[in-house]
Design a protein around this ligand. Structure first.
Ligand SMILES: [Fe+2]
Length: 442
C-alpha cells in the first residue's frame, strides 16, 4: 500500500489489480452450469449464489462510506455481507427459493461495480494517495478478500458433481520423477513470524502483525510433503479404524461421517482413484495428499512423528545456515512460476519436488504452493495484535482454539499471498481444503 513516486499510477495499479481479481472470480463462476448456481456442494457453507453476491457486496460494504456513496439496495448489502463457518455442527438449512433470482443478483453486481469504478476513477485526481481509503489499505483488503474467496470457491466447486460444471483443459504437469522420502536436519535458530507494523508499509492482514521472534530448538523435517502413496499405506493398514490415533473430536467426526479415506479419494475394490477438479483419475501416487488437520495428525502419530509448529515451519522455510532469514524460501526474488505450483495456473497438484528452484536453503521442497501445510499451532494472535477497525471479526472471530494455522499455499493461491507472514487457518475436521502436510521429529 505504499504510494510510489508517480502517485497517479499507484491508484491505477490498485484499480487494475481489482479488475484482475474480478476477472479471476468471474472466470471461476463460468465453470458452474447455470442450473447449479443454487447448489450447496459443501454442507457447512452457503449456496454458490451467496458467493456470487458476496464478492461484490463485500467490496461495496467496505468502500461505500469512505468513497461517499449511498446504498441503493440495503437488503442485498446485508444478505451478501458475510460467509459462515459453523463450529458446533449446526448446518445451514435455507432453500434455493430463499435466495434472489440470478437476474437480480447480476443487476445488483453490475450497478455496484460501475458505481465503485466511477468513484475510484474520480478519487484518483482528488485523493491520489488514497488517504480516504487508508492510504490504499482498503483496496488491498478488497483485492485479497476476493482472491482468497476465488481459492475457497474452488474447494467448493471441487465437490460439485462433474456433470454440474463445465470442463476445462488441464494444464500440463511436470513429469513424474520418483522422489525418495528424505529428511532434513534443521539446526536450532530463530524464526521471525509476522511483520512489523510500519506506516504505509507492506500490506498484511491484522493477524500478520506484529513481528515476533521465536527460538526454535533443532528438529528434523520431511523434505517433501506426505504423498498419496505414503498415505495410502496408512489407509489400508487401518489408520481410520485405529481409535488411538485420533483426537476425541476427530474420531467423533470421522465416525459420524463414516469416513475411511481422504475426501478427494474414491475406491472400488482395490482400485484407488481421486477426483480432480474436472475428472476422476487413478490415484497419482506422487502428488501430495490433501487431508484435514485431524487426518494429518493421525498419520503423524501413526509413524511416531508430529506436525511442525508454525515457528518450525518458518524456520525450515526461511531460515539459513548463517542465521539470517529469507523473504521467501528461495531468497528475495518475487514469486514466479519456477518457484512452485501456485497463482491459479493449475487446478490440481503436481508431483512433490517438481520445483527445485523453490526449495529453501535447507533443501526443503514445495514450501510455496502445491497445497497448504497444516501446522500443530492453534490460530492465535501475535503479541501486539490489533483487529482492523473496518473488519474486526476477520481474525478475532477465529481465535477460539478450534482452528489451526496453515502455511504455504495451494495451486489456487494468488502469488501475492506467498509472503512469509501470511497465515491461513481452518477447523481441524474440515476436509475440503487443498491442504497437505509434512512431519517433524526430534
Ligand atoms: Fe468473505
Amino acid at each position: 500500500m505504499n504510494p510510489t513516486a508517480t502517485t497517479q499510477s499507484y491508484v491505477e495499479k490498485l484499480h487494475a489489480r481489482i479488475r484482475g481479481a474480478r476477472a479471476s472470480s468471474d472466470d471461476l463462476f463460468q465453470i458452474v452450469r447455470p442450473k447449479a448456481l443454487y447448489d450447496r456442494p459443501i454442507p457447512e457453507r452457503h449456496r454458490i449464489v451467496f458467493y456470487l453476491g458476496h464478492l461484490e457486496a463485500f467490496d461495496w460494504n467496505l468502500l461505500r462510506e469512505p468513497l461517499g456513496l449511498a446504498s441503493f439496495d440495503p437488503e442485498y448489502d446485508r444478505l451478501f455481507a458475510f460467509g459462515i463457518d459453523p463450529v458446533e455442527g449446526a448446518l445451514p438449512s435455507d432453500q434455493p427459493e430463499d435466495w434472489p433470482s440470478l437476474e437480480n443478483v447480476f443487476r445488483y453486481n453490475a450497478r455496484l461495480r460501475t458505481t465503485l469504478d466511477e468513484a475510484l476513477r474520480s478519487i484518483a485526481a482528488a485523493d491520489p494517495r488514497l488517504e480516504h481509503l487508508g492510504n490504499g489499505l482498503l483496496l488491498d483488503v478488497a483485492i485479497e478478500h476476493r482472491l482468497m474467496h476465488t481459492e475457497t470457491l474452488c474447494y467448493m466447486l471441487h465437490q460439485l458433481p462433474l456433470e454440474r460444471k463445465l470442463d476445462r483443459r488441464p494444464v500440463p504437469s511436470p513429469a513424474t520423477r520418483p522422489r525418495v522420502p528424505r529428511k532434513v536436519d534443521i539446526p536450532a535458530g530463530t524464526a521471525t513470524l509476522g511483520q512489523p507494523r510500519i506506516d504505509n508499509g507492506p500490506f498484511g492482514w491484522d493477524n500478520e502483525f506484529e513481528e515476533n521472534r521465536v527460538d526454535v530448538p533443532a528438529f528434523t523435517i520431511d523434505a517433501y510433503n506426505v504423498t498419496n502413496q505414503e498415505y495410502l499405506r496408512f489407509v489400508v493398514e487401518g489408520g481410520y479404524s485405529n481409535r488411538s490415533l485420533w483426537s476425541d473430536a476427530g474420531w467423533e467426526y470421522i465416525s459420524s461421517q463414516g469416513r475411511t479415506r481422504p475426501i478427494f479419494w474414491m475406491n472400488r475394490g482395490d482400485t484407488w482413484s481421486c477426483r480432480t477438479m474436472f475428472d476422476e483419475i487413478p490415484l497419482p501416487l506422487d502428488w501430495p495428499v490433501y487431508v484435514s488437520h485431524d487426518e494429518a495428525s493421525a498419520y503423524a502419530k501413526w509413524i511416531g512423528k508430529e506436525l511442525p509448529s508454525e515457528a518450525e515451519w518458518h524456520r525450515a522455510a526461511c531460515g539459513t545456515l548463517d542465521g539470517s532469514e529469507r523473504a521467501y524460501p528461495w531468497g528475495a526474488e518475487p514469486p514466479s512460476p519456477r518457484h512452485g505450483n501456485f497463482d491459479l495456473r493449475r487446478w490440481d497438484p503436481t508431483p512433490v519436488g517438481s520445483f527445485a528452484a523453490g526449495s529453501s536453503e535447507f533443501g526443503v521442497a514445495d514450501l510455496a504452493g502445491n497445497g497448504w501445510e497444516w501446522t500443530r499451532t492453534p490460530f492465535a494472535p501475535f503479541p501486539g495484535f490489533k483487529p482492523f477497525s473496518f473488519y474486526p471479526g476477520y481474525s478475532a472471530n477465529f481465535f477460539d482454539g478450534k482452528h489451526f494455522v496453515m502455511k504455504g499455499g495451494s495451486p489456487r493461491t494468488a502469488a501475492c499471498m506467498m509472503r512469509r507472514s501470511f497465515r491461513n487457518w481452518f477447523q481441524p475436521h474440515y476436509p475440503y481444503v487443498y491442504a497437505t502436510f509434512r512431519c517433524v521429529e526430534r
